[in-house]
Design a protein around this ligand. Structure first.
Ligand SMILES: Cc1ncc(COP(=O)(O)O)c(C=O)c1O
Length: 393
């Protein structure tokens, strides 16, 4: 049976060009980038080239890119590294209720350390309201962390507007900075950190056709960030540990590919057609987050009366990989904190499924997925009806 993959917000297949680049780097770039001999210098050159590629892709300068092990570490480094470094008495941080656990748990750690944290709510369409953030800013606020795009619903947040609010407060003399988790946005919408106006921006390579274990954090020049792991003075003393040169090369090649061949238009067309077919053929289905601006590849659908896990399993058996939302929480019975924050009751949040398209999906595959979803929803609803009738017999 052929398999079709529609869970790209969890992770993506590695592009053949990236596999080639990483293989070559493993062969020829094995040196330690801190060594002064030729092998070390070769590794350093590969690392710095990758840094320039990533910087160019997001409109930063190379010195502002810190390599990390992925999105989780980038979020941890941004939040803990900035907040712990601030000497403000009664420190306060603002984030939102719909962040990824990498951000939420970093904030919980800050709370354990005595920092106050506000978790701003979102509107029913899943978008953060900039005025809500403005309302929560206090003289002690040192950091605002708002994700660029949500991993479960794909909703793209009004980041530039929120960053402008933070910048205005900073210009009045307060040492306050803006972080954004850009893990899901990178590669799916244009990202320019200067236009967005953020001070810190988290990235992860495995969401854009590169391997796991490599990511980056954009740290705007002059942002007072201190490393959170201890050891050598790698990455301008912001991230101790021998650099993952092949990983960085892979990430560099992936952004090069993404910029040579952007996929957002193709993804949006396929996603919109998919949604239309499902809406036309299944009763009561709703798009979580619509009509807010969403990532072009993401479709999170509510199927009333259909258990989300049962639908995921039914589709898996037919050869389609889809998910209930955050990869980290799938497999658990807890309903999504994102959908709950958007106002879905627990029962409804369990009746939602996320479909996320990627670079190698074709129209035929998406049509086959739509057929399979429609048939499975009808089967599951039929089975539910039969069960209810039997219970009442
Ligand atoms: C929005 C968001 N932030 C952070 C992460 C964590 O990234 P990584 O898997 O690279 O640690 C993910 C991964 O799902 C994510 O979707």
């Amino acid at each position: 049976m052929s398999r079709f993959y529609f869970d790209h917000n969890a992770t993506t297949p590695v592009a053949p060009e990236v596999i080639e680049a990483i293989s070559e780097a493993l062969r020829s770039g094995f040196g330690n980038a801190s060594s002064i001999h030729a092998e070390g210098q070769n590794a350093r050159q590969l690392l710095e080239r990758a840094r320039r590629q990533i910087a160019a892709y997001v409109g930063a300068s190379a010195a502002e890119i810190v390599f990390t092990s992925g999105g989780t570490e980038s979020d941890n480094l941004a939040i803990l590294g900035l907040a712990r470094n601030s000497r403000a008495p009664g420190k306060h941080v603002i984030t939102t209720a719909i962040e990824h656990p990498a951000v939420l748990e970093s904030c919980r750690q800050l709370e354990n350390e005595g920092t106050a944290v506000t978790y701003a709510p979102v509107g029913p369409n899943g978008a953060v309201v900039p005025d809500e953030i403005r309302r929560h800013i206090r003289p002690e606020t040192v950091l605002v962390s708002v994700m660029h795009a949500n991993n479960e619903t794909g909703i793209v947040q009004p980041l530039a507007e929120i960053a402008a609010i933070v910048r205005d407060v900073r210009e009045s003399g307060q040492k306050i900075y803006m972080h954004s988790d850009g893990v899901q946005a990178l590669g799916k919408v244009p990202v320019n950190v200067a236009t967005l106006g953020v001070d810190l921006y988290s990235m992860s390579a495995h969401k854009m056709n590169a391997p796991k274990g490599i990511g980056a954090l954009y740290v705007r020049k002059d942002v007072p960030l201190r490393g959170i792991q201890f050891g050598g003075r790698h990455e301008r003393a912001r991230r101790a540990g021998t650099e993952n040169v092949p990983g960085a090369v892979a990430f560099g090649r992936a952004v090069e590919l993404a910029s040579a061949e952007p996929i957002w238009r193709k993804l949006a067309q396929m996603r919109d057609r998919f949604e239309q077919r499902i809406l036309d053929a299944t009763h009561g289905t709703e798009i979580n987050g619509a009509p807010a601006f969403r990532l072009p590849n993401t479709s999170n659908l509510y199927f009333p009366g259909v258990d989300g896990e049962a639908l995921i399993i039914a589709l898996d058996l037919k050869g389609f990989a889809v998910s209930s939302g955050a990869a980290c929480s799938s497999g658990s019975v807890e309903p999504s904190h994102v959908l709950l924050a958007m106002g879905r009751p627990k029962r409804e949040a369990r009746q939602c499924v996320r479909f996320s398209l990627g670079r190698y999906n074709t129209e035929e595959q998406v049509d086959a997925l739509a057929d399979a979803v429609i048939a499975s929803v009808q089967q599951l609803r039929g089975a539910n009806r039969k069960e209810r009738l039997e219970q009442h017999a």
